[in-house]
Design a protein around this ligand. Structure first.
Ligand SMILES: Cc1cc2nc3c(=O)[nH]c(=O)nc-3n(C[C@H](O)[C@H](O)[C@H](O)COP(=O)(O)OP(=O)(O)OC[C@H]3O[C@@H](n4cnc5c(N)ncnc54)[C@H](O)[C@@H]3O)c2cc1C
Length: 404
């Protein structure tokens, strides 16, 4: 049975559609949409009931994401990050205090920011140099993160850092819950939103560089401190849910583009008849429809799956497969839909040009298609491929400095 919030999302999506050009052109965050998502219960719908959410499954969230992404990919990204990724890591690996702190913020409209990527650590995320060094009952955070979605508007930040003991020896990579509210001008000393990227698409979403200069964090905000050696791999397993969400955004954008194409094919006449009568376009449309259906099934399979050992999160290979296929599929489908509009598709009279820009990032953010292929190949072959490192490795330079 469909979750009741799916039809709520469908209703809200009409308003999101009207306003989508506004956020795109003005490059502003869609606070009005966020307010509606929070009021409807979509923000944090996956949070367990005991923390105020609805305990919805990732599959339920995925259905909601598709409805929203059909009209506004920007808003769909907020739905994903308010239910999957960072917040799901807190709900899976956090203690009671951490969950009780984070849940109300998300339910009220906060989209948590997940802070992994650094200027010299992109695909090779475990090359990160941000450190959190123990000092009494606190950690002192230093480093730079970039391409942080929501940087400058998010309040909750899940910041990944190399965790050092008081002597400077590395214990593993851990995730810290850091609260800062740049909009409300509340931030711990040393927390800086340095700059914002000027992006090609999804223009209402800030992608920011954040710098941490001796930021003090109470030790109680470190997630899963007892398991730091495997902390990074564990926390990244939560990221599989975010990949499923991103894949469903792609399905939604492509399904939306397909709807626009269908409308125009029946409406536009050339050579004295609707262009829908031309077989060249019919076959394109059939391929688009088939690809969208195939991607949706892959995403649903991944959303239902669970990783090994009773994991709370989707299976890594299924999530990778879904995001790989859906992201490449959506770029092609949106491009073909735009083609069907001729010159009109190339102008901002139609939403296709925005959708074309929006969809482009999904083969990059959250794991590039090259990295996803490497993961899938490793899983098919049953080997650890030599092209990426796996999980946590101590940083030899930091260990050398500590030993001096
Ligand atoms: C819109 C957007 C939002 C983002 N949001 C966030 C966020 O909220 N939080 C966050 O932490 N990060 C975020 N990122 C960063 C994103 O996760 C990284 O961009 C991504 O992991 C790739 O890193 P990179 O850009 O440094 O590329 P690089 O790692 O430098 O890769 C460059 C090229 O080399 C290829 N490559 C690298 N290694 C291999 C290999 N072993 N085999 C084959 N090819 C390889 C890549 O596929 C790519 O084509 C976001 C990025 C974008 C674009």
């Amino acid at each position: 049975m469909q979750h009741p919030l799916v039809s709520v999302a469908k209703d809200l999506a009409r308003g999101f559609e009207t306003r989508a050009p506004k956020w795109d052109k003005s490059r502003t965050y869609c606070w009005q949409n966020v307010g509606e998502l929070a009021a409807s219960g979509i923000m944090g719908m996956s949070i367990p009931k005991e923390y105020g959410g609805q305990g919805a499954s990732f599959l339920d969230v995925a259905f909601v994401v598709e409805e929203v992404a059909r009209t506004c990919a920007l808003t769909a990204r907020i739905v994903v990050e308010a239910n999957m990724g960072g917040i799901s890591a807190v709900m899976g690996y956090g203690n009671h205090e951490q969950k009780a702190f984070c849940a109300p913020h998300v339910l009220a409209g906060d989209k948590p920011a997940i802070c992994i990527t650094e200027p010299d650590a992109g695909s090779a995320a475990t090359d990160m140099r941000t450190t959190a060094r123990k000092q009494g009952r606190k950690y002192i955070l230093n480093g730079t993160k970039h391409w942080i979605t929501g940087g400058g508007v998010s309040k909750l930040h899940l910041v990944f850092a190399r965790v050092l003991d008081e002597a400077g020896f590395e214990k593993g990579i851990g995730g810290f819950i850091l609260f800062a509210d740049p909009v409300g001008k509340i931030a711990p000393a040393g927390f800086n939103v340095v700059s914002r990227e000027r992006t090609m698409g999804l223009c209402g979403m800030p992608e920011a560089e954040l710098r941490f200069d001796d930021v003090e964090i109470d030790e109680k905000w470190l997630l899963n401190p007892a398991n730091l050696k495997h902390g990074f791999a564990d926390l990244m397993s939560a990221y599989n849910s975010q990949r499923v969400g991103a894949a469903m955004i792609c399905v939604g954008i492509a399904a939306g583009a397909l709807e626009h194409a269908k409308r125009y094919l029946l409406e536009r006449k050339q050579f004295g008849r609707p262009i829908a009568e031309f077989q060249g376009l019919q076959w394109m449309l059939a391929d688009m429809d088939t690809q969208v259906h195939a991607a949706r099934l892959l995403v649903q399979e991944a959303a239902r799956s669970r990783g090994p050992g009773g994991s709370l999160y989707p299976d890594m290979t299924m999530a990778a497969r879904a995001k790989l296929f859906a992201s490449e599929m959506a770029i092609k489908v949106v491009s073909d839909a735009l083609q069907m509009f001729g010159a009109r598709g190339y102008s901002d009279k139609e939403p296709l040009e925005r959708m074309y820009r929006d969809v482009r990032m999904f083969t990059i953010g959250g794991g590039t298609t090259q990295i996803l292929r490497t993961q899938i190949a490793g899983s098919v072959l049953g080997i650890k491929t030599s092209q990426t490192r796996d999980g946590y490795l101590p940083d030899p330079e930091l260990m050398r400095q500590a030993a001096e």
